[in-house]
Ligand binder design. Structure first.
Ligand SMILES: [Zn+2]
Length: 265
């Protein structure tokens, strides 16, 4: 009996030692290989697994939802005016910022972020000939912009997860490159989004009345609106029609959201 117990306890000891050995080996491997993955960015927020499905399903929602988006900022002349109106109207929006402008005006990005707006990525240079010159350029422009945003808001792991191609994915400019680079976005844990409603401020030729009419026309019959405006003075100043635009949409029963909707905290 004693012999059997002795054998059993030895077997148990051996099993225990073996398990410890395996666990130590796994920990060792993890530490060694973590050096190889250190270049992989660690995101403070994870993208929702269902995100891509959610985006493609956006337009099928029954609820009337408006996502206000402002491209090409931040600028000292327009962005603060937009922020003031959004605060007065209690609306949270999304800003597709240009990395080099974030570096120039980090305080505006910080203000927008702290007021609850989503800071999304619109490339570093907004210059197609640089952005699409190579895959490396494309990746670097997105990462440099995230770093600039991260510096502005004191989050060195910032990833916006949301990209808008300059001129939009739907534009025929650099179409082949844009299509070829889609897997790169996915690898970086990014999705892209265009818009389905706009006031055409970028045409720079419409009166305030016409800007508002353009938005009303392009919103017709759509439950989900991703609305394109700009917060740069290179185009018509959308801040003049923002209040009326928001009030019109509220009267039509829309509620306002931004892209935090799609990010797991
Ligand atoms: Zn743009």
């Amino acid at each position: 009996m004693k012999i059997i117990l002795f054998i059993k306890s030895n077997i148990l000891k051996s099993l225990l030692c073996f398990t410890l050995l395996i666990v130590s080996f796994i920990i060792l491997l993890k530490n060694v290989f973590s050096n190889y993955f250190i270049m992989q960015p660690v995101y403070s927020k994870a993208i929702s697994n269902n995100l891509l499905d959610t985006i493609s399903e956006l337009a099928k929602e029954d609820e009337k939802i408006a996502y206000l988006t402002f491209d090409d900022g931040p600028t000292t002349s327009i962005t603060p005016k937009i922020l003031t109106i959004l605060k007065e109207e209690n609306v949270k929006a999304t800003f597709f910022v240009i990395g080099k402008l974030v570096e120039a005006h980090p305080e505006i990005v910080k203000m927008a972020y702290e007021e609850g707006h989503y800071i999304a990525n619109h490339s570093y240079s907004h210059n197609n000939s640089i952005l699409y010159k190579s895959k490396d350029n494309f990746i670097n422009e997105i990462k440099k912009t995230d770093i600039a945003i991260g510096n502005a808001i004191d989050d060195d792991e910032y990833c916006s997860h949301v990209f808008r191609f300059p001129n939009g994915f739907m534009s025929t400019l650099y179409k082949t490159q844009k299509e070829n680079y889609l897997p790169l976005l996915k690898e970086m844990d990014y999705f892209y989004i265009d818009w389905n409603c706009l006031n055409n401020d970028s045409m720079g030729k419409y009166s305030n009345y016409q800007l508002l009419e353009n938005m009303k026309q392009t919103s017709k019959g759509k439950n989900t609106l991703v609305i394109l405006m700009h917060d740069t003075k290179d185009v018509s100043d959308s801040s003049f029609v923002l209040k009326d635009s928001i009030e019109y949409l509220k009267a039509q029963g829309y509620i306002f959201k931004n892209f935090y909707e799609f990010i797991d905290n």
